[in-house]
Write a protein that binds this ligand. Structure first.
Ligand code: ATP
Ligand code: MN
Length: 463
């Protein structure tokens, strides 16, 4: 087993004169007279380890198998590297090839692959430069999320993936069933009889862990869920996946102001973490994927977010004197073009928009006294628009009951959610962050399929 101290990341920091063993996959090999240069990667860092094999140091037959894609072990000595950008290189004494890779048919050639092509070889793309960087940043971001909440005393709760409640009545659910689709049990009325199904009723993959998060916030005060969520949206956009990861904190004794404060602190914290821990990867994105992205992240990590109400936002957009593709009108949801205008042109930094019309927001958001708006907040970021959506939750039993009915949702399905308001109800609030949207933001990658290891979208579930 490889142990800390033996990763390429660590070897690159090693001292000349040390005997070491390196493991990894050959990225490239270059032959010059009397010497062969092999770039070795084990995924632990953006930078590869340069292995130098002197002519005659190993058997020619063995050397022939050290080609791009091959998996090898190299024993040797770290020596000062004359090459730029690296302190040391590995002078090989012995090489072992675990698995060769035929150079003629290895699908990941040195350069020039489109992201579309790489999606088709998702079993190999993690070894590419770009995807190595993407997934290291994804890992760092995930760790930063857990650390942020741990430092603030939040409990991590695992909310269910299979659920019988459609969180927001939002539709776009995947059904979960063990019924024989070719031979469905029927009720006397001819409907499918889900009473016969595995759970004795209709079940789905969850679209959000929020409602169950609220249960735990009613016992453990501050909690968060961080797990996969599912939406059967047939929209095929570069921003939507059928399976994606969501972070959802839920806080008791918290109002919308507290919610906004936490969301802002959270975003800055996780950004600062990747800025501090993934420098080389981010510099790569800045150079090769999205020039300027690094500067934007640094700016956001240290700006204070603008806060405006939905009503103010609509006023600003009306005054903008633009021909919008989607007309601006109080009561309509903000579209991407509006969100980008506010963040990029009006304020030049993230903007939190609050107090949306109740008609365009979920039933559980706390009603304002004006009778028209709810205590919702969306955090909008330059270049991508909505990145976080949250709200103060309706904690008043009577108001919540009325809101559920108003939206035409079945009261009985929410019996336990309503009971939380009957027994020791607390003011509380929370928000949701889509991890992949955040990653798109951080890396500058333009397609959400390229920031998740194995993308699930309409028509695609390979790997
Ligand atoms: P959008 O308008 O972009 O479809 P939404 O309003 O449906 O988003 P919410 O229901 O508020 O989004 O979900 C919370 C967060 O989850 C969003 O802010 C976004 O970051 C993320 N998200 C929503 N749908 C998807 C999806 N299909 N794929 C990836 N991330 C998503
Ligand atoms: Mn949506």
């Amino acid at each position: 087993m490889i142990r800390p101290g033996q990763y390429v990341r660590d070897l690159l920091q090693g001292s000349p004169g040390t005997s070491v063993t390196a493991h990894g996959w050959v990225r490239t090999r270059r032959d010059s007279k009397g010497v062969h240069f092999v770039q070795l990667s084990d995924g632990s860092s953006f930078q590869d380890l340069q292995v130098v094999i002197a002519e005659g140091a190993i058997e020619p037959e063995l050397l022939r198998r050290v080609t791009t894609g091959a998996c090898v072990r190299v024993e040797g000595e770290l020596v000062d590297s004359p090459a730029r950008g690296q302190k040391v290189e590995l002078k090989a004494r012995a090489v072992h090839v675990f698995g060769a890779a035929d150079p003629a048919s290895y699908p990941l050639q040195k350069k020039g692959h489109s992201f579309e092509y790489l999606r088709e070889i998702a079993h190999l793309r993690p070894r590419s430069t770009t995807f190595g960087a993407v997934f290291r940043v994804r890992h760092a971001l995930s760790f930063a999320i857990h650390r942020f909440f741990e430092e603030r005393g939040f409990m991590y709760v695992h909310t269910p993936i299979i659920t019988a409640s459609d969180c927001e009545g939002a539709g776009a659910l995947f059904g979960v069933t063990t019924l024989d689709l070719a031979n469905l049990p029927r009720t006397p009325e001819g409907a499918v009889d889900y009473g016969e199904d595995f759970f004795g009723k209709r079940a789905y993959l969850t679209v959000s862990g929020q409602l169950e998060g609220e249960i735990f916030a009613s016992a453990f005060t501050n909690v968060y869920t961080f797990g996969p969520t599912f939406r059967a949206e047939n929209s095929n956009t570069p921003r939507h996946l059928a399976e994606f990861w969501m972070v959802e904190p839920e806080m008791s004794f918290c109002d919308l102001e507290g919610d906004m404060d936490l969301a802002e602190e959270f975003l800055k914290y996780i950004l600062q973490y990747v800025l501090d821990h993934c420098r080389a990867d981010l510099e790569f994105f800045d150079k090769r994927i999205d020039p300027g992205v690094l500067g934007t992240l640094e700016l956001v990590a240290d700006s204070s977010f603008e806060r405006i109400t939905y009503t103010e936002a609509v006023r600003l957009l009306e005054r903008a004197n633009r021909s919008w593709e989607f007309p601006v009108r109080w009561g309509a949801d903000l579209q991407s073009e509006h969100e980008r205008y506010l963040t990029e042109e009006t304020f030049g930094k993230p903007v939190i928009v609050t107090d949306y019309p109740k008609e365009i927001k979920a039933f559980y958001m706390r009603a304002n006294d004006d009778g028209r708006t709810v205590r919702a907040m969306d955090v909008l970021a330059p270049r991508i628009g909505e990145i976080i959506g949250g709200s103060q939750r309706e904690e008043r039993h009577d108001v919540l009951t009325a809101r559920i009915q108003e939206q035409g949702l079945p009261l009985d399905a929410y019996w336990w959610y309503l009971e939380l308001r009957k027994f020791g109800s607390a003011p509380h609030a929370g928000f949701g962050l889509g991890l992949e949207r955040m990653l798109m933001y951080v890396t500058g990658m333009k397609n959400i399929r390229d920031v998740i290891p194995f993308a699930r979208t309409p028509g695609h579930a390979e790997f």
